[in-house]
Write a protein that binds this ligand. Structure first.
Ligand SMILES: NC(=O)c1ccc[n+]([C@@H]2O[C@H](COP(=O)([O-])OP(=O)(O)OC[C@H]3O[C@@H](n4cnc5c(N)ncnc54)[C@H](OP(=O)(O)O)[C@@H]3O)[C@@H](O)[C@H]2O)c1
Length: 299
């Protein structure tokens, strides 16, 4: 049976290091890390994500600011708020919760966030730094950074000689994850919806990362015996066994079957998910150190 990689425990250790770094920064310089989270509209899932981010920021000892804007917010109003946050020296990290309501265009908003405050790592300046192998001076997108920490817990920092397959090529996750694996010396294949013989490609992976958004798509016979499987997918499926109309979260991997073959595997929930918010806090404390002219901690 595979080792189950405990994302909650790994996230708790990141949060504890972030809290310590925040406390020592404030003691040394008087600077308290500031995170501003912006949400537009009434989507209940987005509100739940935002309130857990704000709560975690407070727990880390940050100045946590939440801006909840109405559904009919204009592009101009949102840009004005981002400009004000860019100019506010008490704010070191800005996160605009996605998706935005349909009448708003997310890309110009994300690109207008100052790269130094882009704690989601989605600005092209930060994405470009990862693409060119600079993993130290920018901010790395939170979910791939968190998934990478879990990979390193199993394999260490150097993935020389290992084959990694990432299923999914989104800007949010798949592309930066492939680049982080490459920077750690893995031999990387990026698979997607046009890949031929996906199961066969996956069977070559020592490290298999699934980020598709299709419930339990990756079956046990896609997994090389002993491989490390990182399941990024979050899918809500009906769970009639829990009662009428009830649902549960599952990943992109058939966890029960695949864990009989894999060497190590992340569960859903409790794997990559908790790492995302932990790395958001890590990016904020890193940004605050840089703004204060201090050496930023590594996570
Ligand atoms: N905090 C977290 O844990 C976290 C964070 C981010 C995302 N997620 C989850 O991760 C999953 C992926 O998110 P995302 O934002 O990267 O999604 P996305 O933008 O929808 O990208 C999905 C990718 O999967 C590929 N794909 C779709 N169907 C496929 C198939 N049948 N075979 C192979 N590849 C296929 C697509 O290929 P094409 O490019 O060819 O269309 C695309 O590259 C979602 O379940 C999301 O909820 C979790």
């Amino acid at each position: 049976m595979a080792v189950v990689i405990d994302g909650k425990e790994a996230a708790a250790s990141v949060i504890s290091a972030v809290s310590e770094a925040a406390a020592s920064l404030e003691k040394a310089t008087g600077v308290k890390p500031g995170l501003a989270v912006v949400i537009v509209g009434n989507d209940p899932a987005s509100h739940a994500y935002v309130s857990s981010k704000s709560k975690m920021a407070k727990q880390c000892g940050f100045n946590s600011v939440q801006h909840s804007l109405p559904e009919d917010t204009t592009q101009g109003d949102l840009q004005t708020l981002v400009s004000a946050l860019n100019a506010d020296p008490a704010i070191h990290g800005i996160l605009v919760q996605l998706p935005l309501p349909k009448h708003l265009d997310a890309d110009p908003v994300i690109q207008s966030i100052s790269p130094q405050k882009d704690v989601d790592g989605l600005n092209t300046v930060n994405a470009g730094k990862i693409a060119t192998g600079d993993l130290t001076s920018g901010l790395i997108s939170c979910t791939p950074a968190g998934a990478m920490l879990l990979v390193k817990r199993i394999h260490g920092d150097d993935l020389s000689g290992l084959n990694a397959v990432v299923i999914g090529r989104s800007n949010l996750f798949g592309k930066p994850m492939g680049l982080l694996l490459l920077a750690a010396n893995a031999t990387v294949t990026m698979a997607h919806s046009k890949t031929r013989d996906l199961a066969g490609v996956c069977r070559g992976a020592d490290i298999l990362v699934a980020a598709v958004g299709r419930a339990q798509m990756v079956k046990a016979d896609w997994v090389k015996p002993g491989a490390t499987v990182i399941d990024v997918g979050i899918n809500r499926v009906p769970a009639p066994d829990k009662g009428e109309g009830k649902t549960r979260l599952v990943g992109d991997v058939d966890f029960t079957q695949a864990s009989a073959v894999a060497g190590a595997i992340t569960p859903v929930p409790g794997g990559v998910g908790p790492m995302t918010i932990a790395m958001l806090m890590a990016n904020t404390v890193i940004a605050a150190h840089r703004a204060a002219g201090q050496t930023a901690p590594n996570f």
